[in-house]
Ligand binder design. Sequence first.
Ligand SMILES: O=C(O)CCC(=O)C(=O)O
Ligand SMILES: [Fe+2]
Length: 721
Amino acid sequence: EPPGLAPLSAGAPPQAPDLLYADGLRAYAAGAWAPAVALLREALRSRAALGRARRDCGARCATEPEAALPALLPASPGPDSGSRAARSAWEPLLLRAALRRAECLTQCGARRLGPGGAARLRVGSALQDAFRRREPYNYLQRAYYQVPLPISHPLQSSEPASVATRLLTVPAYWGSGGWVVGSSHLPVFQKALGQCQLKKLDLAAAAAHTFFVANPTHLQMREDMAKYRRMSGVRPQSFRDLETPPYWQAAYDTGLELLGRQEAALALPWLEEALQESLAQVESCRAGCEGPEEQQKEEEEEGGTGSQGGLYEAIAVGNLSQAVENVLSVLLFYPEDEAARKALDQYQAQLGEPRPALGPREDIQRFVLRSLGEKRQLYYAMEHLGASFKDPDPWTPAAFIPEALREKLREDREKRPWDHEPPQPKPLTHWKDVLLLEGVTLTQDARQLNGSERAVLDGLLTPAECGVLLQLAKDAAESGARSGYQGRRSPHTPHERFEGLTVLKAAQLARAGAVGSQGAQLLLEVSERVRSLTQAYFSPDRPLHLSFTHLVCRSAIEGEQAQRMDLSHPVHADNCVLDPDTGECWREPPAYTYRDYSGLLYLNDDFQGGDLFFTEPNALTVTAQVRPRCGRLVAFSSGVENPHGVWAVTRGRRCTLALWHTWAPEHREQEWTEAKELLQEPEKEEEEEMPSRDPAPEPPSHRLQRVQDKAGKPPRVREEL
Ligand SMILES: O=C(O)CCC(=O)C(=O)O
Ligand SMILES: [Fe+2]
């Protein structure tokens, strides 16, 4: 096998993961694929070995005599003087245990990992993050894919004579361009080559999958995954996670899903399992975090309490005393929790007689006690030794936090990430009045959406108005179908159907009686509503004109949705041609260069997928995501600062009124005015078109044709009838 695909040398002591990773990336950049694969794999192996050694040593040293950390301060009789006395008794205990444990860990690490132990393999926090994000797998998948397998034949190549001579005795060797094989051995090698090809694709797909499960919004990888799925050599089993996923999460999700379907009895074992797994994982994480490593986030710890939402309710179906124990366990975390207290009262009432023997679950009691002991130590270190510690738990009782730290921690917690960012240009003062006037609310501004010139506004349409516009889209599509127009496949994906309706077409259909004129009228009104709001918000000093208005519905095509990796609308900017490689955006045709602001007014949310997202100009990094819903407007400037796309719509139909605004009056939407005029033709005439007066009306498409012929000039409908 080529070096990259051969099994790793299991026995050798691991080398430092960061050095291996750096060498792997260098090889990758140089296009030396096989060495890149070998080095990246070795980096992953070494990091895993380090993790295992840490966990094992941590578990061993925790049981070492004298190394057990004193969990709690001895009970303090009085407020101040008592706690000072207690502390002076406690500190030497803590110090001795900590030193003893550190010594044990150092010795154990050296035994497991060779001289220098864990410290030698220590990885900086930036690289820790890269590993946590599974970045090596992204490089690995490409490198696997690229490992060269062609056989070069010495007689046809310009290999030096010495090599050719060697091939008389040695059947093949690995050269810079792949295998070099003597002619007599060629058939054997060709067969092996086929197997090798499959193996490398299998590994490439597995590495891609491993990266993708941790980075599901990575658009480049989405595309790569779609390609792997189409490759004939790749089997479904290839898409496996090369890092074991945290098992409890899957069990927890299953449990919650069952609970949501009122299957409490079935949910219970899953939730219980999730709880046990997460407790075990906390244990292993705890061991893994010990030793001379930078502090790790204790993400998993939340799992220990995460199950409380369903567990005690679930248990109510069967065993009441267990239910009581579970609620009492929840109350250990959140003693004031209203719902838990109510549930407790209810279970106790059902139980009848009081059962003083019932208490919180033992495993949870142990967990809480231990966590609190650790927190006591961590806060102590924070207060007195200058250590930093970010408590991941929302349930830590306030009394546990040293008074001196409380105020600062509260401030930190309330500080939102965007408070650190430079202030954005402020919306003008009259903007608030505009909102008030329109009954619209600003749900997210540019800062909250991680960008500039972006906003989410709600309340632009009432549910009834959404209904009218959805009906308009539906009627227009049906009238199209009647005239042989089947709605077309989306220009962006073969898995969706796409229907678009312009304002003029809507007005024409209304005049032809194929759609209600109320819908067509509303379309015009609403587009003007959006325009005036967009102008007030983004361009109060310079008029904006509508340049194009399009009612668009995207529908999932049934039965074609399994494992879809494509997007409903690929990432793009609205007024320029985006080059994700350089992050540049060319403001030139075929882009609609005169578009200055975009508006997406959503009409519904009863579909699956289909969220709008914004990215960096690299078209890969998602910076914000918005779920469509009736009356929600996403407004943004149309340039490179706002690349956006739409996730696949995998079920149902998603309808949007898409609008573009321009500062250039010459690009004002002519059709909007025409539609307006068309609809303003005397109302009566339309009423005369009522079917009651025409029991056998000609098909709408014919009538439509006639009106269309007149488009642009006000049609003389009466004469035609
Ligand atoms: O429908 C959406 O949410 C986005 C559509 C879009 O970006 C476009 O049509 O340019
Ligand atoms: Fe767009």
